[in-house]
Design a protein around this ligand. Structure first.
Ligand SMILES: Cc1ncc(COP(=O)(O)O)c(C=O)c1O
Length: 408
């Protein structure tokens, strides 16, 4: 089914109805593939997961792809396979979802939260300033679907002998200097390198819940595959039994993080549509950019010319010094006009757990904190129509126009 048809079906987005912040684009192809899986009698990890992994590796241009049940699980597996543990430090931008840092805590290592730049991505300077003799890995986040400065990050990783685990939750299909995030040709680095993608419901492609780990390192890939399913060695049964699929050996205390064939069935079909989904997001982002460029008191996202931003998020910045309302009131005003929005993210170091456990305080990472006060993520997804994009723009323009002037 064509995406253009898809946008017009099932949910009426006229302004009598609420325009949600995000909606997945699920067509007849995904439904048929899931039904086929259900009818096949094989619903957990099996042939469809294998097909999905192969197709994904080809799309990204990488040597190894391991499907898991979330990006969070993939990040956890990657760090665990790299041997990150007690006493180790991992550098993470604070402007991210909590799971990026939580997985480090799960391994008894220390998440070292650092500041971000005006493009919302971690800066090489912030990373460099946080490196100690205990730093084992950098965990950069490609915020909103625009790649970090990978050249500089890998240069640092090489110089300080650190591994890099890219949190590519937002970045499936995103490019850095023409090369796909997670792809084999991305950077000629000596660092041990992994990237992990998310297929959560709001992402540019979805499997409901799901994730994919990619790497060029065959040994690491084998270890990560092992850890994704209880640490059960398949090679053992290949080695020790002629016919016995019942035999396995547990060679590590692994996790239960495998993807099911039901999820993979959705992923196989979503992947085929991904480039069209991205093209529509980029087109809508361009329309937003064009429209908001003429509105005072808002700032459009920064885009680097050497990166292909895939606009998982479209994040507007409010110039609060020119407004009589704060961000919470702005969000409420859009909600009254039937528009759903979100905020990405509350900086991790401001959450109670991270303050109490690691001693972070407000003021520690000023750039991320200032950004956080002013950001709003607007609806942007293929099922929106051009009229929806226009409605959001007009609503924002109206709310801004009604609330010009300093807060008393
Ligand atoms: C930056 C970032 N990292 C990691 C994750 C975790 O992804 P998942 O929900 O697939 O575990 C998310 C989820 O939204 C995210 O935004």
């Amino acid at each position: 089914m064509d995406i253009m048809d898809d946008r017009s079906v099932r949910i009426d987005l006229s302004r009598a109805d609420f325009l949600p912040f995000s909606l997945p684009t699920i067509g007849d192809e995904e439904i048929a593939e899931v039904v086929d899986t259900l009818r096949s009698g094989w619903v957990t990890s099996g042939p469809k997961v294998e097909r999905f992994e192969e197709a994904f590796a080809e799309y990204v241009g990488c040597s190894h792809a391991i499907a898991v049940n979330s990006c969070t699980a993939g990040l956890h597996i990657a760090l665990s396979a790299l041997g990150i543990g007690a006493g180790d430090e991992v550098i993470i931008p604070t402007l991210t979802f909590c799971s990026t840092a939580n997985v480090v805590v799960h391994l008894n290592a220390r998440p070292v939260l650092v500041d971000v730049g005006e493009d919302f991505n971690v800066t090489p300077e912030a990373i460099e300033a946080a490196i100690t003799s205990r730093t084992k890995a950098i965990l950069p986040v490609h915020y909103g679907g625009q790649a970090c400065d990978l050249e500089a990050i890998y240069e640092l990783a090489d110089r300080h002998e650190m591994a890099v685990v890219e949190d590519a939750a937002h970045a499936v299909g995103s490019k850095y200097r023409g090369m796909k995030v997670g792809g084999s040709v991305l950077h000629p680095s000596r660092a041990r390198r992994v990237a992990v993608f998310s297929f959560y419901a709001t992402k540019n492609m979805t499997t409901g819940e799901g994730g994919m780990i990619v790497t060029e390192d065959g040994e690491l890939a084998e270890r990560m595959r092992l850890l994704s399913l209880h640490g059960m060695s398949r090679d053992s049964w290949k080695r020790y039994t002629a016919q016995g699929s019942w035999y396995y050996e547990v060679v590590a205390a692994g996790y239960k993080d495998n993807m099911t064939d039901i999820q993979a069935a959705i992923g196989i079909q979503q992947l085929k549509k991904l480039d069209r989904f991205i093209a529509l997001r980029q087109e809508y982002a361009r329309l937003y950019d064009q429209a908001f460029a003429g509105v005072e008191a808002v700032q459009i996202p920064i885009r680097h010319p050497d990166r292909d931003h895939i606009y998982h998020l479209y994040v507007l910045r409010l110039c609060l010094e020119q407004l009589s309302i704060d961000r919470a009131q702005f969000v409420a005003a859009l909600r009254e006009r039937k528009i759903g929005t979100s905020v990405h993210f509350i900086p991790v170091h401001l959450h109670p757990y991270y303050r109490e456990q690691f001693g972070y305080r407000a003021g520690d990472l000023p750039s991320a904190e200032a950004i956080y006060q002013r950001i709003v993520s607007l609806p942007l997804y293929p099922r929106m129509s051009v009229a929806d994009v226009d409605y959001v723009f007009k609503a924002v323009e109206h709310v801004i126009g009604m609330n010009k002037g300093k807060r008393s």
